[in-house]
Write a protein that binds this ligand. Structure first.
Ligand SMILES: *Cc1c(COP(=O)(O)O)cnc(C)c1O
Length: 240
């Protein structure tokens, strides 16, 4: 099932690239493995997927600890101060920073580890109240400016989640808005180059609008069953 899903996704990425004149090498597939057992991650890794993302700090910590493969781990979820230590230094990229307090904590932790942590700023391009992220260009700019003072983080781009709608034009506008923000910030001297946008239902549109990282869960792993505990689901066995 997983290899078949990966094959279908790869074909869709290729065709979205073809449609928009983009190079497939400019798009990173990030497999969002939240709630999914370890054997699935191992199987996708075996088939060439190198980057995996989690959205809960403890799950992130435990999976990084348990899986002995050279995976690039990403954190895409809500950040809490007291759990920053599980993530900084282990994540190749933290996608979901939307306030200075958290950026400050990340930098402080990175300083202790004597490293620089790459991060993205999360933008709420759909302006839906249930979503995290900053909305206005000015607010994002202000956070970018204040992050300059933090020596141990490196802001390399922006992240967003599209609105929850069937309306493809609104989805497209939300991605286009993220890209516009990035272009405008770079005109003001910033050096942002990653756009983390596009999920299972809308990654083709995101690619057409300039995504450099697409975050795919369901389309790769199947529906998430929140009742299921990944720790009890064959987590130590490789099932192939
Ligand atoms: C769960 C999640 C995804 C993946 O969503 P799917 O619709 O299952 O592809 C992507 N990004 C974030 C931030 C998520 O929390």
């Amino acid at each position: 099932m997983l290899t078949e899903n990966l094959h279908i996704v790869t074909q869709k990425i290729i065709s979205a690239c073809y449609n928009s004149g983009r190079n497939i090498n400019d798009i990173k597939l990030l497999a969002i493995s939240k709630t999914k057992p370890i054997w699935m991650i191992e199987e996708l890794f075996k088939n060439g997927v190198t980057d995996f993302g989690e959205s809960k700090a403890q799950d992130f910590r435990d999976k990084v600890e348990m899986i002995k493969l050279p995976i690039n781990w990403h954190f895409v979820g809500n950040l809490q101060k007291n759990k920053i230590k599980y993530i900084v230094g282990k994540a190749k990229l933290i996608h979901s920073v939307d306030n200075f307090d958290i950026a400050y904590e990340i930098s402080k932790r990175a300083e202790i580890l004597n490293m620089t942590q790459p991060i993205l700023i999360e933008v709420n391009t759909s302006e839906e109240e249930t979503k995290h992220g900053l909305i206005t260009e000015n607010d994002v700019l202000a956070l970018l400016e204040s992050c300059k003072k933090l020596k141990n983080i490196n802001v390399i781009g922006l992240m967003t989640m599209a609105p929850f709608t069937e309306d493809k034009e609104r989805i497209r506008q939300s991605f286009a808005r993220l890209k516009n923000y990035m272009i405008n910030f770079n005109k003001q001297g910033f050096n942002l180059f990653e756009l983390s946008m596009g999920m299972s239902n809308d990654f083709d549109i995101a690619i057409e609008e300039g995504a450099t990282i697409i975050r795919l869960g369901t389309i790769l792993f199947g529906e998430r069953n929140l009742e299921q505990d990944w720790r009890k689901n064959g987590n130590n066995s490789i099932r192939y």
